[in-house]
Ligand binder design. Structure first.
Ligand code: ADP
Ligand code: GLC
Length: 489
């Protein structure tokens, strides 16, 4: 089976969040299971610089406002997986994130930038972009790639099927409806049954309406997005495709996130040699100027700073937690007011709170290895990866019971306890979960160790979920008459 993964980011070339980790690890796991997997990425500067052995496939010429568009075929560094890169200097070669400039403003031509991505993906499936290869399955990730599903539906080429994965329902790719002609899609899709969303044009809807199968990144989130509370206005669209929406839990890249082999941490450790974790903890406290003591609970946060992540709850609970002896280590970036609030917290609590505003992959490994616990108090969380990284490193997650957090973390009070879970999105509920953790660590070290061991021994690798996706492709390929038909509804 030939699978084309289409996405805006992939680790280690370009990453703003967990999407990049998934787009790196899932295709690699599927390739190991025998699928013929390729990727399609926009030619962002770090992608152009980071891929290897690039060679031209086809000169596309001028389209979507760009004068020169070329399709290249290259190899991913590390995995050597084949990756198509869209070289469109005018659209993609800019300093900033894949989605906007350094000031956080979205690129004004995001419609064209991601319309091109979806359009070329569909051509790779239709056998006329690369004459030596075509996809059987186009797997589009998030709204950036979603238009591929509409094009595949519009030009059904042989047995091609599309799968759309929702990594985050909050980001939908909304644009003014009057920009419709720029898309290059038939006008019959310009309706509420197509891409129109309350007078706007929604890229996300191209995936929701036209993909043969829809997935999201945890079973709980799959149920949640069918409700108004979590659906961001698209819960009706999800409900209307109920039988075709599946939650498949993300995995962890078990080589990259492995304390036994991690080159970024001061001493490696595993279940048999757990003492390395103590070294990592001391080294972290010393590196960050925190009091080097055994007693405090060292609580970590590695996160985008956005409303989704519920970190305002942590800020509100902080005075109480610091008074109870907790040390907090935060690394993140995003929302300017949250950045400022965390900087302020560091000033107010010197030696107890350390805040690093910025992105640093190796430092994230050191923090996760050195901390006792990792907090993910999200308001919603499609899957969440850092709580799973915590489990791998014996760093107990403290999470709110939502989305993938609910599927991966079990409270200490249950038989399979591997962390701490709270329900209400309030500072009090979060504070009491953190205090439960601090108490358990201080008073029942054996119970704490048992939970660490449970997390470290758990199989969080991608193999199972990668296989589940392959099964889903098979299901989509067989027996399904396609979206819009009565069959498969
Ligand atoms: P989301 O995708 O919603 O941001 P996830 O938990 O799925 O949340 O993934 C976040 C990913 O980004 C993880 O790999 C995490 O380690 C990483 N990350 C987030 N912020 C930072 C940061 N400031 N420095 C390093 N890594 C970060
Ligand atoms: C999104 C979600 C996060 C998920 C990640 C990878 O960014 O916010 O919960 O883990 O995608 O699927």
């Amino acid at each position: 089976m030939r699978v084309l993964h289409v996405a805006a980011e992939v680790f280690p070339l370009v990453k703003t969040g967990g999407l990049a980790d998934v787009v790196a690890a899932l295709p690699a796991a599927q390739a190991q299971q025998g699928a013929e997997v390729r990727m399609l990425l926009p030619g962002l500067p770090s992608v152009m610089d980071g891929v290897q052995h690039a060679r031209p496939v086809i000169d596309i010429g001028s389209c979507f406002g760009a004068l020169r568009v070329r399709l290249l075929l290259a190899r991913m560094p590390g995995t050597a997986l084949p990756v198509y890169v869209l070289d469109a200097p005018y659209l993609y070669r800019r300093a900033g994130s894949p989605y906007g400039n350094h000031a956080g403003e979205e690129w004004p031509d995001n419609l064209q930038r991601f319309a091109l991505l979806g359009w070329v993906a569909a051509h790779l499936a239709a056998d006329d972009a690369d004459l030596r290869w075509r996809a059987d399955i186009v797997h589009a990730h998030d709204w950036h790639a979603a238009l591929a599903c509409a094009h595949v539906a519009d030009h059904p080429a042989g047995e091609v099927r599309s799968v759309f994965t929702i990594h985050n329902m909050a980001f939908q790719g909304l644009f003014p409806l009057h920009d419709w002609p720029l898309l290059g899609l038939a006008s019959r899709h310009m309706s509420p049954a197509g891409l129109e969303f309350h007078g706007q044009l929604s890229f996300m809807k191209a995936g929701l309406q036209y993909a043969h199968r829809i997935t999201t990144v945890s079973p709980t989130y799959a149920r949640e997005i069918a409700t108004p509370e979590f659906g961001f206005g698209l819960d009706g669209a999800i409900r209307s495709r109920a039988g075709e929406v599946v939650g498949i839990l993300n995995g962890v890249d078990a080589e990259l996130w492995n304390p036994a082999t991690d080159a970024a941490i001061p001493e490696r450790y595993d279940l048999k040699r757990p003492q390395g974790k103590t070294t990592c903890r001391r080294a972290l406290q010393a590196e960050l100027g925190l009091a080097v003591d055994e007693k405090s609970l060292v609580l970590a946060v590695i996160s985008r700073l956005s409303a989704q992540k519920g970190l305002d709850l942590l800020l509100a609970a902080l005075p109480q937690l610091v008074a109870a002896g907790v040390q907090l280590v935060v690394q993140g970036g995003g929302d300017a007011s949250l950045e400022a609030a965390f900087r302020m917290a560091q000033e107010v609590h010197p030696g107890r709170v350390h805040v690093h505003i910025g992105y640093d992959e190796a430092r994230a490994h050191r923090i996760i290895a050195g901390a006792d616990a990792i907090a993910v108090p999200s308001r919603f969380e499609p899957c969440g990866l850092t709580q799973m990284y915590g489990l791998r490193y014996g760093t107990l997650p403290i999470v709110r019971r939502v989305g993938g957090l609910a599927d991966t973390v079990h409270d200490a009070a249950t038989a399979l306890g591997n962390g701490f879970v709270f329900d209400e999105a309030t500072p009090t509920a979060l504070a009491s979960a953190v205090q439960r953790a601090a108490r358990l660590r201080a008073t029942e070290p054996q119970a704490w160790t048992l939970m660490q061991e449970r997390g470290m021994a758990a199989d969080l690798a991608w193999a199972g979920s990668a296989r589940r996706y392959l099964q889903l492709y098979q299901e989509a390929a067989g027996g399904l008459a396609g979206p819009g038909s009565e069959v498969g509804r």
